[in-house]
Design a protein around this ligand. Structure first.
Ligand SMILES: CC(C)(COP(=O)(O)OP(=O)(O)OC[C@H]1O[C@@H](n2cnc3c(N)ncnc32)[C@H](O)[C@@H]1OP(=O)(O)O)[C@@H](O)C(=O)NCCC(=O)NCCS
Length: 169
């Protein structure tokens, strides 16, 4: 399994994976609908960096690091981190036949390294209170529940947070 950043050349594989995940959710409320602005910027480095795990030519799983307030502005305010350099991990997805192999954890560990190198101070992630695999994976990363909220007026979410190490001078 190779974990690497997705480029615009991976667009078809990413959107195919999204279709698979959306067709097979254990609970529809685990997954917020993707709006056009987010979707159009999924492979725009300034906005989003997706990393994926590849089994040969198959994109087995992916997860994103978001750098824009459109994605995490509300959560950032709830946490009182308005003045901090924040990013969000989200859109976690693993093909059903590849689940239970820690793939999400491995991809997200790379995302935390990427965020740290960029000088991000805090990484947050929002997860449905009943999404056990997602929660368990975030906790293993060292993230802890810091608040709760309701997204788009109907989606209950817990906000997980980690403070990244500061660069040694
Ligand atoms: C969330 C998701 C990406 C996790 O992928 P994964 O790499 O297969 O994660 P794992 O199988 O390693 O599961 C993580 C943990 O949850 C546990 N787990 C998995 N399924 C579980 C279940 N049904 N009940 C309880 N625990 C479960 C695993 O044993 C593992 O526990 P551990 O960390 O203690 O070893 C995957 O389930 C998925 O694509 N779900 C649908 C999309 C989704 O809900 N995305 C999240 C939106 S925020």
């Amino acid at each position: 399994m190779v974990i690497r950043k997705l480029s615009p050349d991976d667009s078809a594989a990413l959107f195919e994976l999204i279709d698979i995940i959306e067709a097979d959710l254990p609970d529809k409320s685990f997954w917020l609908p993707i709006d056009k602005l987010s979707r159009d910027n999924f492979l725009n480095d300034e906005w989003t960096e997706f990393y994926g795990a590849f089994d040969g030519g198959i994109l087995a799983g992916a997860s994103a690091l978001f750098y824009n307030e459109h994605e995490y502005g509300g959560s950032k305010r709830i946490l009182g981190l308005d003045r901090s350099n924040v990013a969000e991990i989200g859109r976690a997805m693993v093909r059903p036949e590849y689940r239970g192999r820690n793939l999400l954890f491995k991809i997200n560990s790379v995302l935390l390294d990427v965020a740290e190198k960029k000088g991000i101070e805090y990484v947050l992630s929002t997860v449905h209170p009943g999404n056990i695999p997602s929660r368990s994976s975030l906790q293993k990363l060292g993230m802890n529940k810091a608040a709760s909220c309701v997204k788009n007026e109907i989606y209950p979410r817990d906000i997980f947070l980690i403070e990244l190490k500061k660069e040694e001078k």
